[in-house]
Ligand binder design. Sequence first.
Ligand code: IPD
Ligand code: CA
Ligand code: CA
Length: 276
Amino acid sequence: MRKEFAILQTCLQTAGQIARRHLGKVNYRLKSKANLVTQADVACQKAMLQIIRANFPQHDFLAEENGLKNTGSPWRWVIDPIDGTTNFAHTMPHFSISVALACKNDIVLGGVYDVCTDELFLARKGKGATLNGKKIHVSTVNKLQDALLVTGFPYEREKQINELLALFKNFILSCHDIRRLGSAALDLCWVAAGRFDGYWEKDLNPWDVCAGKLILEEAGGKITDYRGKKWQTLSLFGRQILASNGKIHREMCDIIKEGSLSHTAAARTRRPAARV
Ligand code: IPD
Ligand code: CA
Ligand code: CA
């Protein structure tokens, strides 16, 4: 996998340079009410797909900005050209490039590059995870009450806003604090590096999380769906993510369960009584 790993890093560096050049000169269009896309997203993706096509013409890929090649190859690159586009478009220096390589449904390589801090997170399956060449490991915090958490909110949020806020409320009353930084790939990497202890978010896509998942697991962390069940890597369904250092995972699952029960009960009492 030496060549694949080198190409993955070339992709990240090349896209990083493009993003840096575009930063501050951003014009965007909307994919939906709150979902932005910039010229930089498209240019970064184009450059990375060119590199991949030139080096691995047989490989498939799945990239966020309408980049799909699906010939049935066991090898598939999963790419988010800019993760944190809303930050990028507002010149907030917190966004990343995320690239993973999967063999069948197994992620074997993952890399996330934080362009503004020049932090490069890398992982190879079974070989650990690194940040700028140094091994990283999840935190040792073992109680939710001592944890710093991170989360994100889906773009399609209107219909589920009460449910999202109910969960946020339950978490913020149970831990040290919560951050919302705006790049799911970096959220996962920051749990991997022990900066956060846990992360939850729903309605994510494979390109947001594939690289970060491997980095987190290789750093000793755990990633599941909201019920604590195995997370289906490349499926577009069941897109909830619960990630942690492993030690507070059960407590986080319990909070989510309580949150959804109290939300369902509140929704029931809000509903007008049926006519008799
Ligand atoms: C988004 C970011 C954000 C998360 C959103 C994602 P994008 O990706 O990861 O943190 O909350 O759900 O869609 O659109 O910037 O690539
Ligand atoms: Ca993304
Ligand atoms: Ca993106």
